[in-house]
Design a protein around this ligand. Sequence first.
Ligand code: SF4
Ligand code: SF4
Length: 436
Amino acid sequence: MKLHGVHVPHQKNTADSEPQRITVPKTVSIPMSMHIGKPAKVIVKKGDSVKVGQLIGEADGFVSSNIHASVSGKVQKIDEMTASNGARVSCVVIESDGKQERFEEIKAPVVEDFEGLVKAVKLSGVVGLGGAGFPSFVKLSVKDLSRIDAVVINAAECEPYITSDTRTMLDKSEYVFKGIQALKKFMGVKRFIIGIEKNKPKSIVKMKALADRDDAVDVHVLPSIYPQGGEKVLVFNTMNRVIPKGGLPINVGAVVINVTTLAFIGEYLETGMPLVEKCITLDGSAVKEPKNVIAPIGTAIKDVIESAGGLKSEAAKILYGGPMMGIAVPSADEPILKNTNAIIVMDEKEATLPKTTPCINCGACLTHCPFRLDPRSIANAYKLRSGEDLEKLCVDLCMECGCCSYVCPANRPLVQTNKLAKAVLRNYLNAKKEAK
Ligand code: SF4
Ligand code: SF4
């Protein structure tokens, strides 16, 4: 079967930039929701002293995640902020003392079995670091481990600009290996497939070196076609298995894990330091010195930019993530989140969208969609608010990769329409369920 997608300019300008720690910010604002699921419950109060790695937010419910202090200092206030999904969430603001003192109780977890592994991953606060933000311990909580034929390690990093996973592979390959060994030992996984795009030759060498040390590990070098890192696309291209509609990788015997998430697990098992900082690619036309940096979670974007050399022109648009799937942030005051892998700052020229013109029915959106969805018809069904048609057109399969918008010669805002159309479909399906 032919792989659909698009050839996007890679712009991996920072692939050789070794990440450097930014200056410790004066304050950090750590939201209690940086993951899919229920926000964490704040367990500190104004005036409390905290140290790096100390728990400040406790997972509240099964799909939730622990949150830890990323700087040492004093809790200045418990505030509220608006998350990217529009929800209001609590946020712990910590005034840093600049010392970055480590919480005394941090120690490597003792893991003896699968249950212990899941517990440790939960305690670490790690979520999908490739951008998904799904709590990793939930993903690993597979009820029947015999269903897993392979763990697919997502090292595709197909979004333009972003090189934080590349840096993981170059700088932390030992931790990738440790992560693999932990999953092998405690989950009994016999096969690990590292899916990586061919535009990362140095990372491929590193990953192949891991495969040489363990027969269970294979490296699949994939064409550099966006969205190679989409979960369904990756499983198909590495295992030749199709995840059914509404299904998960486990339905076809796979668990997919991002390479940086896996390396973090390997590192956590050795050090016990929870997720408190992130390697971020800072790039885009407005950035003076594109580079990779390491920043405490909760650092304001403006502090990251300033510490990394500043801007060469005014920021017209700032994105969490890459230009294809990134989310525009309302201001540079927004914090670095657990799943932030890049900050892209665009100047006026790069941020200006081309003029939208009427659809010419060329069909390019359909032929480039990885799932062969028909965005043109979805847009028409959305205009009519027809939940019935949207269901038939399977808009819920849309992974919002943006390929359709990218190729559209009329510059139609197809991916944005799909997002709105999904909400119409959800309401339609809920109403249908209630009417039964
Ligand atoms: S319809 Fe959805 S999945 Fe298909 S190309 Fe557009 S955004 Fe991607
Ligand atoms: S790519 Fe754009 S112009 Fe072509 S059919 Fe799709 S919506 Fe219409």
